[in-house]
Design a protein around this ligand. Structure first.
Ligand code: GLN
Length: 485
């Protein structure tokens, strides 16, 4: 079925005119009709608009136009602005807000010929690890619908895993691409901070947020990264680094490359099946000629605490703009202060309120130095740990998550347990480096995907993806499909 293809497979069939973009798009829409009632990856999608884009792509293909994503259906997390589409960030507070412009990442997808369709479900304002914190309902894991797909980009991961689209975009502030990719069995890449413009991405924690792709294999991740990357005058934190041909770097040869195993990551809560799958992947890397080196990231213990100070501080500032005056929901009241508080009280969900309160507290006078300033200093120590490790190794290997997908409701009453499930992914954002999660096995019963995380140097995506791809070439986990019975 066309909806099951990767970008590179579908692109080849489109180029040879074996299939049309309309047929490929229809096949994704049919799959949505078939399975999304169970999965709920999409908040909404406009089938007529997707097919109109497909027809336009077919016209271009028949007149010989060549673009890297021409005719490829790609769905988008509900936190990215797509012109003339409703933008909700999984929240009630934006009401019926319609984006007046395209995010740079969306502009780039469109310029590359992609069919950009659908709004994918997410934890409200990307705060969460399970996609249970959405005003639009829970998304379910395609491998076991009684379980969470991960979060906050749960819709993006589930849609790719359930073949409802060919690839998708998500965002990662503390693991929101890599963690759901691991739990749903797809490839999720968090690029280096500054690699992809954040213009048109609704900010959660501006110094941590990055956009990235969810794909069915590593090659597609490289293709999308190439399209999305580059400096943007509209985002002063985007970096003017050249954009290499990422796909060209996937030559399968990793002989002599050094992979670091952080000793601090073998924590007590690590599930034995996850540990066994990661150990087996490390053995596989040795067989492929990589050298395994034990490394130390001594400040790992402080990462979760540091993250939850910095991320909430930034969130409390960023979310101040949702005041009921400028856009979205408004609960009318007699005076402005009352209007703000009524609107924010009604519009934000419990987790978002918790973060705003925490963030306001750590920034408040008297506590700022004790919490926020201190966390910034620890952040530097965490980054230095990585930079030091990268003097010795080309990439770092860890589990992506301590366990496979947990049950819906299992952690929703215990925010701290939920926060701790991000233990392996958070440091990467604090350090501003790049990371990818690739499938590396399954648990036995129930059968649930397990992810391997590879972390790379700042702007080292070429080597990172090459290492990920070399493993994938010798594995078949990524080809397995959920039964969706
Ligand atoms: N789970 C983390 C949080 O709740 C990370 C979220 C993200 O990366 N957007 O903040």
């Amino acid at each position: 079925m066309l909806n099951q293809l990767t970008i590179s497979e579908l692109a080849a069939k489109l180029a040879s005119r074996e299939v049309s973009a309309r047929a490929a798009t229809q096949s994704c829409l049919d799959q949505i009709a078939r399975v999304d009632g169970k999965i709920h990856a999409f908040i909404s999608h406009d089938a007529a608009d997707a097919l109109a884009q497909a027809d336009a792509a077919d016209k271009e293909i028949s007149s010989g136009v060549k673009k890297p994503l021409l005719g490829i259906p790609i769905a988008v997390k509900d936190v990215l602005a797509v012109k003339n589409q409703q933008l909700n960030c999984g929240s009630k507070i934006l009401g019926k807000f319609i984006s007046p412009y395209d995010a740079t990442a969306i502009e780039k997808l469109k310029a590359a010929g992609a069919i950009v369709f659908g709004r994918l479900n997410m934890d409200e304002f990307a705060m969460g690890s399970s996609t249970e914190n959405s005003a639009f309902g829970v998304t379910r894991n395609p491998w076991d619908t009684s379980r969470i797909p991960g979060g906050s980009s749960g819709g993006s991961a589930a849609a790719v895993a359930a073949d409802e689209c060919i690839a998708s975009l998500g965002t990662d502030t503390g693991g929101s691409i890599r963690q759901p990719a691991a739990l749903c069995g797809c490839v999720g890449l968090k690029p280096t901070y500054g690699r992809i413009s954040r213009y048109g991405l609704v900010a959660f924690a501006s110094s941590l947020d990055q956009i990235g792709p969810f794909t069915k294999d590593v090659r597609d991740s490289a293709t999308l990264l190439g399209v999305l990357s580059g400096v943007d005058p509209r985002d002063s934190t985007s970096v003017p680094q050249p954009v290499p041909d990422y796909a060209a770097a996937l030559d399968g040869n990793i002989k002599g490359l050094k992979l670091g195993l952080p000793k601090e990551y073998m924590i007590g809560g690590l599930d034995p099946e996850v540990k066994a799958a990661v150990d087996a992947a490390v053995k596989q890397y040795e067989k492929l000629g990589a050298e395994i080196v034990e490394i130390s990231l001594p400040h790992t213990d402080y990462a979760v605490a540091t993250y939850y100070i910095i991320a909430t501080a930034e969130a409390s500032a960023n979310l101040a703009r949702f005041d009921g005056i400028r856009y979205g929901l408004r609960v009318d009241a007699s005076d402005p202060t009352e209007l703000y508080s009524q609107t924010r009280g009604a519009g934000f969900g419990a987790e978002v309120k918790r973060r705003i309160i925490l963030g306001t507290y750590v920034l408040s006078s008297g506590y700022h130095d004790a919490y926020y300033l201190r966390a910034q200093k620890v952040r530097t120590l965490i980054r230095n740990d990585f930079l030091k490790a990268f003097e010795k190794v080309d990439a770092i290997v860890t589990p992506t998550t301590p366990t496979a997908a947990f049950k819906i409701g299992e952690k929703s009453d215990d925010p701290l347990q939920m926060y701790l499930s991000d233990i392996f992914t958070i440091s990467c954002n604090l350090a501003g480096i790049c990371g990818v999660s690739i499938p590396c096995g399954f648990t036995n019963s129930p059968k649930l995907p397990i992810g391997l995380q590879l972390l790379g140097k700042p702007f080292g995506e070429e080597t990172l993806l090459k290492i990920a791809h070399a493993y994938e070439q010798n594995a078949s986990w990524h080809k397995e499909k959920p039964s969706l019975a």
